[in-house]
Every structure is written in C-alpha cells, then in structure tokens.
Design a protein. Structure first.
Length: 223
C-alpha cells in the first residue's frame, strides 16, 4: 500500500515525499493538532468512518502537512508489527478514499523531482507456502487474468485521482481502482526480481505517476 500507492500519490500531488506515510508514528505540532481538530469535525460524513479507521494515518499527515515543516526521521531497523495482509481489503477501503479525497484539492502543484526517489524494498525471502496463500487470497479478491494492461499501473491511479477531482465519490473511485491494485500486488509477488531492481522499478513508477497526473486531461469538476 505504501510503496505502490500512498507514497507516490502523496508525492505527486503535494510534493511531500514521505517514505512511510502510513507508518502510524507521528509527532505533531500544536498548530497541526488544531488543524486536525477542526478538520475532523468538518470531514464529509461518508469519509468519517474511514478517517476513524485505517485512513487515520493519511488524514493526520495530509491535514498536518500545510501547517508547517514536514520531517521524516529514518529508522534503520525494520518496523515490527502484526501482519497487515489479512486486513488488506479493509485497509484499502479505508485508507485509499482518504488519500484520494485529501490530495485532489491540494493548494499548489508540486515541481517535478530532479532525482530518483530512494526506495528500500524488503530483502527478506517470502516463504513459498505463505506466498501461495497470499496469491490465493488475491485471486479471490480479483480475477488474475483480465486485461489490466489496457490501463497499466500507475495510469489507473491517475484515472482514479482525476475522477475524484471531477466530482466522483472517493469510495467509488477507490472501488474501481481496487482490481488494478490487486493485480499490481499479485504481479509484484510473482516477479523474481532482485531487491535493487525492485527499488529502481518503484522509483521509476513514482516518477512516472507525477508525469501521468500532469499530462492527464482534466475535465471540469462535476457539481
């Protein structure tokens, strides 16, 4: 969710490249807390359950970002936490609508980056049995073979973002993006690519999303 969707989308739309935007570990200034308290009381009713669920990380980050300087503190050791994959659908359904809703009306368009963003995919080997279980779960979420190449990643992300910008409900746009996201995750799990090449692929997709969003024709907002 972080490397394929949250990080590149936030960077492309706001200019803030936060390596772990959904990490759950934040320190907030007093102005940021005040902005968050105001925003949470005015959030759209349809979006509120997501904000109070797995969408909270994106909500806190994107609401706090305009209030002052944003600093990422790198931690060298991998974060230890409970497995998130069993909750993938719930995390997606709550985090992605918040990401889409809060990035479409960003007050300024960021400048393109002059250097490739650093990505650090995990070097650990995934147990074959666990991978097979994950693939079975993904196949139940979305068919593995439909022609997703007709709208490849990250073009599908740009389409979802622009549909919200043009008036679509964030949950509806996220729902349409879901099978493309599942296909992206499934493709990533089945690829036998070395970690350094995976990092380069993530960086290239990160950069491409900015170009796709910028070049994508924008229709007038639907009232």
């Amino acid at each position: 969710m972080t490397s394929h969707l949250a990080r590149p989308l936030i960077a492309a739309t706001t200019g803030h490249d936060v390596p772990q935007p959904l990490a759950g570990d934040l320190a907030l200034s007093a102005p940021a807390i005040r902005a968050i308290r105001t925003a949470v009381n005015t959030v759209d009713a349809q979006l509120r359950p997501a904000v109070l669920g797995y969408g909270i990380d994106a909500f806190l980050l994107l609401t706090a970002a305009p209030t002052g300087r944003l600093i990422s503190v790198p931690v060298q050791a991998p974060k230890t936490h409970a497995a998130s994959f069993p909750h993938l659908r719930q995390i997606y359904d709550q985090a992605v609508p918040v990401l889409l809703a809060l990035t479409v009306d960003w007050p300024h368009r960021p400048e393109p980056s002059t250097s490739a963003p650093p990505y650090r995919p995990a070097h650990r080997t995934l147990d074959p049995g666990r991978r097979d279980t994950m693939l079975d779960t993904l196949d139940a979420f979305a068919p593995p073979e439909p022609r997703y190449d007709a709208c490849p990643w990250p073009v599908a992300v740009a389409d979802a973002w622009h549909s919200v910008r043009n008036g679509a409900a964030p949950h509806e746009a996220a729902h349409r993006l879901w099978p493309h996201y599942v296909h992206r995750v499934r493709t990533w799990l089945t690829a036998s690519t070395p970690p350094n090449e995976r990092a380069a692929q993530l960086a290239a997709t990160h950069t491409r999303l900015f170009g796709v969003l910028t070049a994508h024709p924008t229709r007038s907002r639907i009232s």
